[in-house]
Design a protein around this ligand. Structure first.
Ligand SMILES: [Zn+2]
Length: 343
């Protein structure tokens, strides 16, 4: 029996029958954006995620915090609904998806179908809600897929987090746990939308508004209305100037910056609410390159504070950075949000 409801002819050829639409199980319009469905899944999660999927202004739906969240708090941990190893090409991925969708439970399939499928409706490959199941499944997958180390996967709840050029949350891949984590990286108020940054921080993510908007329009087909993109007047000028300065420093090469410039660079990254994973990369780079004991100690503490926020206390990453910080003979803690050491 063909799980998608098409007709299987004797030769084994599968043909979709328009009268027997395999997508008819999709959530009806009385659950716009699939909010009710997603929230019922969130409520069933043992970790009791402090967020819900709700309609948000200017967008379809978004993830909203149920209470104030501190940097480092785990918001959602989710196992992949679909996992695609890096070695598979696009065609093999399509076949795998067909198989996986066929094995899904009713709820899993409903969740999958409620995902948006509109990365680029103008693209010639876009077939939307076609009864051609493989292409439609692939289209949904590629619209919502996330990287999982070298591989890719689909985490339907996490895929509800919208983009902001000034994010307050970030995905942390925990292959060791078989999970994808969404963690708060800056304070999030109750009722505030939980947002991640879709861009690479060292590339478009660091750029000014014009370049970011162009990138997001081209890749994701939306007009960004985030807090950074809607700044006006003096505040916009200040942010654009800061970003130009950061790009110039990055282009010179972090290895060529003086210690003071590194401090300015890091402080600037916190000001624009850069992803912690990028700030961590910078800290690790300058830590490994530094030969001066005092700065190594400071970078060591900074690195330890960042991995504690991203991976949690007790993680192997924290142990490694504890050793790094300790070997420099210093055990003061850093107030990461101020980018300074607390004595
Ligand atoms: Zn933006």
């Amino acid at each position: 029996m063909n799980p998608f409801g098409g007709v299987v002819h004797q030769g084994g050829v599968v043909e979709g029958d328009p009268e027997d639409d395999p997508w008819k199980g999709a959530p009806p319009d009385l659950d716009p954006g699939g909010c009710r469905l997603y929230n019922s899944v969130l409520e069933m999660m043992p970790s009791k995620p402090p967020c819900r999927i709700l309609p948000v202004a200017g967008r379809d739906v978004g993830m909203v915090a149920l209470r104030r969240l501190q940097p480092g708090e785990l918001i959602v941990e989710e196992a992949a609904l679909v996992y695609v190893p890096d070695r598979l090409d696009r065609e093999a991925t399509g076949r795998l998806l067909e198989e996986v969708v066929g094995r899904m439970t009713r709820v899993q399939r409903d969740v999958f179908l409620a995902l948006t499928d509109c990365r680029n409706p103008g693209h010639p490959d876009y077939l939307g809600r076609s009864h051609h199941t493989t292409i439609s499944a692939s289209s949904r997958f590629f619209t919502n897929a996330m990287s999982y180390g070298e591989d890719a996967g689909l985490w339907p709840i996490l895929a509800r987090a919208n983009h902001s050029c000034r994010p307050n949350a970030e995905f942390v891949t925990r292959k060791d746990l078989g999970l994808q984590h969404l963690r708060a990286i800056y304070p999030i108020e109750e009722g505030e939308e939980v947002e991640i940054n879709y861009m690479l921080m060292e590339q478009e993510g660091l750029e000014g508004r014009e370049a970011r908007q162009e990138y997001l329009r081209g890749c994701y087909d939306f007009e960004c209305i985030c807090r950074a993109c809607t700044l006006k007047g003096g505040k916009l000028e200040a942010e654009e100037g800061l970003r130009r300065g950061l790009v110039a420093m990055k282009d010179r090469g972090l290895g060529r910056l003086t210690e003071q410039e590194v401090q300015v660079y890091l402080a600037g990254l916190y000001t624009i609410q850069a992803k912690l994973s990028y700030i961590f990369e910078v800290v690790e780079e300058v830590f490994l390159a530094s030969t001066e004991a005092a700065s190594r100690a400071e970078y060591g503490r900074h690195g330890r504070a960042l991995v504690a926020l991203m991976y949690g206390e007790g993680s192997p990453q924290v142990q490694l950075w504890e050793e790094r910080a300790r070997s420099e003979g210093c055990d003061a803690i850093i107030d990461w949000s101020e980018g300074r050491v607390v004595e």
